[in-house]
Design a protein around this ligand. Structure first.
Ligand SMILES: *Cc1c(COP(=O)(O)O)cnc(C)c1O
Length: 237
């Protein structure tokens, strides 16, 4: 497959500029360096042409929530833009671990011992070492993926000691009906306690708030690419 012709898209460029400006303003408001906040442009359900337009506008870090979709979309884009960075932000089934380790630079959704074990084996086998974030179910929602806050320290210990995995940070998706600041603050506290530098939190509706609460990665789709055409309108479980 060849990469789509890299045509600019003024709306995507404007969306990126707006989001970057809001991140900079939020960082300034709390005395943070805006460069300490990475914008992860979430491309799920949008075609490769729109990713190419964001790349043309200078964006280099992207998120996808499905391994299958990423596999169809990103190898040709990466061939043209070797410096891009791809994050998995959706649930990872153990039978997709091989593809995920091959495709992604960062996996943000490590959330169970079996997955830690499989990732560890695949990393040893391939020598490819994606950076890892542990997803935390800060709202303790039964339908949502992620480690419960009370089980987090034990899980991170096991990842490090038993599976030899380096953990870079924590990720959360707050419950839709809660004040997200409670969840952002909790994730920050948990990360500080465990000595983890990375904090992936904040989406289109609240990335400015997340940046004020210490996010190092904000995951923004709709505010850049517009409303998603089809497929999952909300984050996966
Ligand atoms: C889709 C998705 C996002 C981006 O959501 P928007 O509201 O479109 O910005 C962020 N994080 C995760 C885990 C997602 O699945």
């Amino acid at each position: 497959m060849t990469a789509p012709a890299p045509a600019p898209d003024p709306e995507i460029a404007a969306g990126l500029a707006r989001v970057r400006a809001e991140i900079a303003a939020a960082a300034a408001a709390v005395g943070r360096d805006p460069a300490s906040i990475t914008l992860v442009a979430v491309g799920k359900t949008h075609p490769a042409e729109r990713m190419a337009a964001a790349l043309v506008a200078g964006q280099r870090v992207f998120g996808e929530n499905r391994v299958q979709e990423a596999r169809g979309k990103w190898p040709s884009l990466r061939a043209r833009w070797p410096g891009l960075e791809l994050h998995l932000i959706g649930p990872l089934q153990t039978n997709k671990v091989r593809d995920a380790v091959a495709l992604f630079d960062v996996i943000q959704t490590l959330d169970r011992p079996r997955l830690a074990e499989q990732l560890s084996a695949e990393i040893a086998r391939t020598g490819r070492r994606p950076r890892l974030f542990v997803q935390v179910n800060t709202g303790e929602e039964p339908q949502k993926a992620g480690v419960a806050p009370g089980a987090l320290a034990g899980f991170v210990d096991a990842c490090r000691a038993r599976h030899g995995l380096a953990i870079d940070g924590l990720m959360c998706i707050p419950p839709v009906d809660d004040d997200p600041s409670l969840h952002f603050a909790l994730l920050g506290t948990l990360a500080a306690r465990l000595g983890l530098p990375g904090l992936s939190m904040g989406m289109s509706g609240d990335y400015g708030l997340a940046a004020r609460f210490g996010a190092t990665h904000v995951r923004v789709g709709t505010a850049i690419f517009g409303v998603r055409p089809t497929g999952p309108a909300t984050p996966g479980p």
